[in-house]
Design a protein around this ligand. Structure first.
Ligand code: FAD
Length: 351
């Protein structure tokens, strides 16, 4: 059987695409590597919350229910995603891991852990969680303590009583610092001074900035980012609490490591038991390697979400590269809608 469309990945981006597919006659299936619904949220740390209230964190069509707290918890997000799938009866197969995709005679061949699928079009919506990024630091391989990336961090408990180095100036680094500092002696190393958003703004402002940039570019106008330079770290309750405890102090990052610690830029040496790398992600696009050129971060060349090089291939939900704010629940709807319009046109042209 040849599907019209296969969506690879079953997180929030795939769900948003599926919502718009309901209004079409496109015959499609979603292949997701997870055992259950929730995408990357299944793997996030226990205390992670959204950084916007529920009413600003909805996928298209069906609002996220109000949370008991200001910001919905990870569990609430997973429940919302699972209920969304159920509500719209989305055709998702799990667990199906896509190993690679090729194309022959106009048909995509999608090789998976559960056999081979075929389709006329493919949307890759595999996110970033499976591709943690850690910068190259001389001597890192010799460190004998515990090193984990934030993608594997679950809770502060294993670090109790330790000397812990937390690396990275984003929201992950700040939130993990906030809770590990309650049970361990922490040091926070960042490439530049962390930029905290004012207390009275949250993730919505990041979305608004992304939207302003998007609309300026659509109109061919120059985007003046300086007007919006408010910072990027959202002052969620745990981070506000860390500020009260006076732990939000960062030092500049180190260039060398050895078996037990790091060498700071001024030459001082410091021993640590554990290091938590909150240094971001690349794009989980290895499955496209045989189909299209991928850069070192995992990007393919796109016009919007459409592959420049491979007709019938789209990439959705990877953040700025595939549509502003498209890595967020509220932002992915816009690029999903545009993508499904393009997919429909493409499939019509194939008839
Ligand atoms: P994912 O959720 O990663 O889903 C991709 C799916 O594809 C997964 O189920 C994965 O198993 C599957 N997959 C991957 N490779 C394959 C393959 N080869 N074959 C089959 N399946 C595959 N977003 C917000 O909207 N609001 C927030 O407040 C927010 N806070 C965040 C805080 C932190 C610290 C982080 C790290 C992220 C936050 N995000 C937030 C972003 C959000 O978690 C991700 O951007 C989002 O999960 C991306 O959705 P996605 O569907 O594109 O990818």
């Amino acid at each position: 059987m040849i599907y019209d469309l296969i969506i690879i990945g079953g997180g929030q981006s795939a769900l948003a695409c599926s919502y718009f597919l309901r209004r079409t006659s496109i015959n499609y299936v979603v292949l997701d590597a997870e055992l259950t619904c929730g995408g990357a949220w299944l793997h996030a740390w226990d205390s992670l919350t959204l950084f916007s209230p529920a009413e600003h964190s909805s996928l298209p069509g069906w609002p996220m229910p109000k949370s008991n707290e200001e910001f919905p918890s990870r569990e609430e997000v997973i429940t919302y995603l699972c209920n969304y799938e159920e509500r719209y009866k989305l055709p998702i197969k799990r667990p199906v891991e896509v190993g690679n995709v090729t194309k022959s005679d106009g048909v995509f061949i999608v090789n998976t852990s559960e056999g081979t699928y075929h389709s006329k079009a493919v949307i890759s919506a595999t996110g970033t969680w499976k591709k943690p990024a850690i910068p190259y630091i001389e001597g890192r391989e010799n460190f004998q303590g515990v090193q984990i990336h934030s993608s594997l961090y679950k809770s502060p408990d294993p670090f109790t009583g330790q000397k812990v180095l937390i690396v990275g100036e984003g929201n992950s680094g700040t939130q993990i610092l906030a809770e590990v500092s309650k049970v361990a002696h922490t040091t926070w190393a960042t490439r530049k001074e962390p930029e905290f958003l004012p207390d009275d703004v949250d993730g919505r402002v990041l979305f608004n900035v992304a939207s302003a940039k998007y609309y300026a570019q659509q109109k061919g106008e120059t985007f003046d980012a300086s007007k919006y330079n408010l910072g990027n770290i959202v002052m969620v309750p745990s981070v506000k609490d860390a500020r009260k405890r006076d732990v939000l102090h960062a030092v500049r990052s180190f260039k060398k490591m050895d078996g037990h610690g790091v060498i700071w830029p001024n030459g001082d040496y410091e021993i640590f038991n554990s290091i938590i790398w909150c240094t971001g992600f690349n794009y989980a696009t290895d499955h496209l390697k045989e189909l299209v050129q991928i850069d070192e971060q995992g990007k393919i060349e796109t016009y919007g979400t459409r592959s420049v090089d491979v007709p019938g291939l789209w990439a959705v939900g990877y953040g700025g590269w595939t549509g502003f704010a498209s890595a967020t629940l509220i932002g992915v709807g816009r690029s999903a809608k545009e993508t499904i319009l393009e997919v429909s046109e493409y499939l019509n042209d194939q008839k």
